[in-house]
Design a protein around this ligand. Structure first.
Ligand code: GLP
Length: 265
């Protein structure tokens, strides 16, 4: 795992956007895995800015989001589809037909969505770069603790804690869904590159478990330790409980020195 500790949320967003920019420069028809939630918002704003300035284009990009609530339509302001439209898709030059979420329309069988979504991801060549946030309980997507570490895209029941953490987004608690369709941990592990973002003190314990704890279903994000190409971008607060904090800063310093010496050569 490449763990990078940055000053604040803005620095995390700048670094995350730079990684996406690099990918799109190398591969303009890249397949991006996207996340909802507060954490990636600043990154999306950077990407919108980059796109408006002509630094990158999403014309040939395909996106797959991690998850979607069951029972909220695209027009519902609390649905992740609506969130993605509002926070990213409407502001970039992406083809709306190339943006996918595991949505379950009225009358559709929720159990059939997962396998179809996975087939669609495969048909587009798989995910090049998956952006992830992390829940306070260590979830990625909506893979709650005790999810199988090899799980595939499927229906998941949210924990009471996750429902509570996301309550602030819902005016009417009775309309807040308790179930969602989420890419599985096994599905996420197939992305060629993973970028985990975490900011704020409320994520510090989950980050510690994910990066330094044992690989365990009780902290779904810990499975990322088994992925070959993961970058974890943290602000100081989210990194505050890491035992190897100083080591990660030392690594960053050594990398800088190495890059400088290459630039001098
Ligand atoms: C939500 C989403 C996740 C997200 C996480 C953290 O429940 N399903 O994809 O990463 O919780 O959200 P936030 O970034 O708002 O803290």
């Amino acid at each position: 795992m490449d763990v990078v500790i940055l000053k604040d949320d803005a620095a995390v967003a700048a670094e995350a956007a730079a990684i996406v920019r690099q990918l799109l420069t190398q591969k303009p028809a890249a397949v991006l895995g996207l996340a909802s939630g507060n954490t990636p918002l600043a990154t999306y704003r950077r990407l919108i800015q980059d796109c408006k300035q002509g630094l990158i284009s999403f014309r040939d990009v395909t996106t797959f989001n991690l998850d979607e609530y069951i029972g909220l339509g695209a027009e519902d302001p609390q649905s992740y589809r609506h969130f993605m439209q509002r926070e990213l898709f409407e502001h970039i030059d992406i083809d709306p037909g190339s943006t996918f979420l595991p949505e379950c329309g009225v009358g559709e069988d929720p159990l059939a969505i997962g396998p179809a979504y996975e087939a669609l991801i495969r048909s587009r060549g798989g995910i090049d770069l998956q952006i992830l946030g992390i829940g306070q309980n260590g979830h990625i997507g909506f893979n709650e603790p005790a999810s199988s570490l090899r799980s595939r895209t499927r229906v998941k029941t949210l924990t009471r804690d996750t429902v509570e953490a996301n309550r602030k987004y819902f005016d009417d608690p009775l309309k807040q869904p308790r179930t969602a369709i989420t890419m599985g941990i096994g599905s996420i592990m197939e992305a060629r590159q993973v970028l985990l973002l975490a900011t704020g003190a409320s994520k510090a314990e989950a980050v510690r478990q994910a990066v330094e704890g044992p690989v365990a279903a009780m902290c779904p994000a810990s499975m990322l330790q088994m992925h070959e190409t993961v970058t974890v971008l943290l602000d100081r607060e989210a990194a505050s409980r890491l035992e190897l904090h100083d080591y990660f800063e030392w690594v960053a310093e050594q990398k800088r020195l190495l890059l400088d010496s290459r630039a001098d050569a």
